[in-house]
Design a protein around this ligand. Structure first.
Ligand code: ASP
Ligand code: MG
Length: 423
């Protein structure tokens, strides 16, 4: 007997027919004698619809009331799944975020899980009930509903798995695992048997949409075993234990898999792209201590995340250009904040461009191998793709390019690193 958390995303929950399919998958897992807690997303598109209602009601909406509205999508699907499981003859009970409760801290609309009271939940699992928990929801310190930020149901699932010490957290989604890159762009993309937490964290943060970044960080910290699987499996498919999803593993486990010949040692594990960033250039910024702090402090205070940053070598007049990226959705705000501080910062012009994309290659193999970056730069230049900015971490290299060249760049790099599947 194992204790399993199963998480189903919005596509899997979109409509009663799909919920029935999910209920069958859940029933099969429970029928093995496992204790099962299920975490669900709202129906696909529902959260967007609810967000729009908030914007229409009040463009400057209060995030606390926004949470009341958007958390409702998951309340509907959790109740429907419990009802469907009951119709299949299973004992099932829903547990809303405030009922458990899932205690959260920090701001509304982007709350963080602090702790989960799991005693009643565990007692219910031990009594043979299937628990159905709406993802995305929590409870603030002052007893109000909170939500965990878009895509937050993944984090709910991992947090529940950590709280009940689950043997595994299976994330069922509309892709059947983690691929070397987006299979819609590269037909020869390969599904990975395993990727490390660290790689998954980087991949999620640079635009691979399989898992919410925070959920991976939490899984890594709490050592939760996470598996990514497809929810579009036929009736009578084997239980998840035997399905070929992608397992998120520690470095040691990865070494073990390589030693046993179950995984190949790869230099690059994945290539991700992100078209949601925008570039900002400030020209003729004074080249002296404190100048960049003056630029980035107001952005940080407004919770605007800055990603790539380049500062050019100073020109003769003690001036320099500073280029950086922000999420496209924050561009207008960032621009307004900087314009307001034009005199304090002392720049000449703001130039912005949202027609850019960030392409990233990720792999722990980079730690010990030289040449990963030069392969990237050469492969892109051979196709005439211009690199506008570069940033790196220990296991990642990102470049900024023209958005129109995104697909080409991803394909070229997939081939350059030898990731294409041999057919
Ligand atoms: N329903 C929420 C969203 O669309 C949370 C989730 O599905 O993970 O962002
Ligand atoms: Mg999701």
């Amino acid at each position: 007997m194992a204790r399993i958390v199963m998480k189903f995303g919005g596509t899997s929950m979109a409509g009663t027919e799909r919920i029935r399919r999910v209920a069958n998958i859940v029933r099969a897992q429970a029928a093995k004698g496992d204790q099962v807690a299920v975490v669900v997303s709202a129906m696909a598109g529902e959260t967007d619809r609810l967000v729009n209602f908030c914007r229409e009601a009040n463009p400057l909406y209060d995030p606390a009331e926004y949470d009341v509205v958007v958390a409702s999508g998951e309340q509907v699907t959790s109740g429907l799944l419990a009802l469907t499981l009951q119709a299949l003859g299973c004992k099932a009970r829903s547990w809303l975020g405030w009922q458990l409760p899932i205690h959260t801290i920090e701001a509304h609309a982007k709350a963080r899980v602090e702790s989960i009271d799991s005693d009643a939940l565990i007692a219910s699992l031990e009594a043979g009930e299937i628990a159905v928990i709406p993802g995305f929801q929590g409870l603030s310190q002052d007893n109000r509903i909170t939500t965990l930020g878009r895509g937050g149901s993944d984090t709910s699932a991992v947090a529940v798995a950590a709280a009940i010490k689950a043997d595994r957290c299976d994330i069922y989604t509309d892709v059947d695992g983690v691929y070397t890159t987006d299979p819609r762009i590269v037909a020869k993309a390969r599904k990975q048997k395993a990727v490390t937490y660290e790689e998954m964290l980087e991949l999620a943060s640079v635009g691979a949409k399989v898992l919410q970044t925070r959920s991976v960080g939490l899984a890594m910290k709490e050592k939760v075993r996470v598996q990514v699987l497809s929810s579009f499996i036929g009736e009578g498919a084997p239980p998840a234990d035997d399905l070929p999803g992608t397992m998120i593993v520690s470095d040691e486990e990865m070494d073990d898999l390589v030693e046993k010949g179950l995984m190949e040692r790869q230099l690059v594990t994945g290539i991700a792209h992100d078209k949601n960033e925008a570039k900002v250039i400030l020209t003729r910024v004074p080249d002296r201590p404190g100048a960049v702090a003056n630029i980035f402090e107001p952005l940080a205070a407004a919770s605007i995340n800055v990603d790539m940053i380049i500062q050019n070598v100073g020109r003769d007049k003690g001036e320099t250009d500073v280029t950086f990226t922000v999420p496209q959705s924050d561009l207008a705000r960032a621009q307004a904040l900087l314009e307001d501080r034009r005199d304090a910062i002392g720049f000449n012009r703001i130039i912005t461009d949202s027609k850019i994309a960030k392409i990233s290659v990720v792999g722990v193999g980079m730690k010990s191998h030289a040449g990963v970056a030069s392969t990237m730069f050469r492969a892109l230049s051979d196709r005439g793709i211009n690199i506008q900015a570069i940033s790196t971490s220990e296991i990642k290299i990102s470049v900024m390019i023209d958005e129109d060249e995104t697909e080409l760049a991803v394909r070229v790099l997939h081939t350059a690193y030898g990731l294409d599947a041999v057919s």
